[in-house]
Design a protein around this ligand. Structure first.
Ligand code: HSE
Length: 316
């Protein structure tokens, strides 16, 4: 017997972490989305409340959560409909994996509700279908982190292969999310500016950084991770899309961040701090000042790596 109602909490995530474009992702302790799935007779009905709710389509085919639900209902021939109530905690369109949080929550929720027994990889594949609604591409960096938690590395897309690692316990993250209006196709636009060809020396620079970051996670060294978070390929192309980018970077590093980069496709910026040697709230405040210098206020806060989407309540 399927459960009548399942409530899932899924985290905000930050994709790329500098050099790991479309490959690295990290789950944040906060903010998060809460999704309540209720079995109904037929169809997929979507209700959205919370931060930025009015900007999101309620049409299932144009909505992250709706796309995931429809795919799973169809593939598993589920003889039911679903009411999906998304309580947004992750602001849409800011580069913190808002659509991925909702998509991961629905995949994990339906898996539990109907006892489908799917593994993380299968859940990620379903959640990635939801990314079409927001980015027009099935990149899986945000959804992988939203499903698995902590740090993820996509070592192959076809077939999908993920490596999921714990984060060092001293690792903290400073986030500054500028209060600016972003277009609905923001991610597509931010992907359109990326160079198609990369000079060999830039490639060598980036693989050095990306390899060092992966090694840093493997040995649990936050300093190596943070100091290696430098991207010479995608980030320079996207910097001009973010007002105050250079000042936010400079301020974060001067305030004690080990590294700072664009979160996903932006405009949010994220910095890594070793809590033993730095003050994460101070770094976040310095990043806020950076955005202010360009005329934009921001929500700036300190957080930590967090766990993946999980069921918090179930009614049989
Ligand atoms: N890796 C993707 C990008 C994340 O940077 O375009 C977008 O959410």
């Amino acid at each position: 017997m399927p459960a009548e109602q399942v409530t899932v909490k899924a985290p905000a995530t930050s994709a790329n972490l500098g050099p790991g474009f479309d490959v690295f992702g990290i789950a944040l302790e906060q903010p998060s989305d809460k999704v309540v799935l209720t079995a109904i007779r037929q169809g997929v009905k979507i209700q959205i409340s919370g931060i930025g709710a009015r900007t999101i389509s309620l049409t299932p085919e144009k909505n992250t959560a709706g796309l995931v639900a429809k795919a799973m209902i169809n593939d598993f021939k589920l003889k039911t409909g679903l009411h999906i109530h998304v309580e947004k905690g992750v602001f849409p369109g800011k580069g913190l994996g808002s659509s991925a949080a909702s998509a991961a929550a629905v995949a994990v929720g339906i898996n539990t509700m109907f006892d489908l027994g799917l593994n993380s990889k299968q859940l990620i594949e379903y959640a990635a279908k939801g990314e079409i609604a927001s980015a027009g591409s099935e990149h899986a960096d945000n959804v992988s982190a939203a499903v698995c938690g902590n740090f993820v590395l996509i070592r192959s897309y076809h077939p999908l292969e993920i490596i999921n690692l714990e984060c060092p316990k001293d690792m903290e993250l400073a986030i500054a999310m500028p209060k600016m209006i972003t277009p609905p196709n923001k991610t597509e636009k931010a992907r359109a500016v990326i160079p198609k060809l990369v000079p060999l020396e830039k490639h060598v620079h980036n693989i050095g950084k990306v390899a060092a970051m992966a090694a840093g996670f493997a040995i649990g060294d936050v300093d190596i991770i943070g100091q290696s978070m430098i991207d010479g390929i995608v980030e320079p192309a996207r910097a001009s899309l973010i007002p105050g980018y250079s000042k936010v970077r400079e301020n974060a590093l001067n305030a004690g961040a080990l590294g700072v980069t664009i979160s996903g496709a932006g405009p949010t910026m994220i910095a890594i701090v070793n809590r033993k040697t730095g003050d994460t709230a101070k770094v976040a405040a310095a990043m806020r000042e950076g955005f202010l210098s360009a005329g934009y206020d921001s929500n700036a806060f300190a957080t930590k790596p967090g766990k993946g989407a999980c069921v918090v309540e179930m009614k049989k």
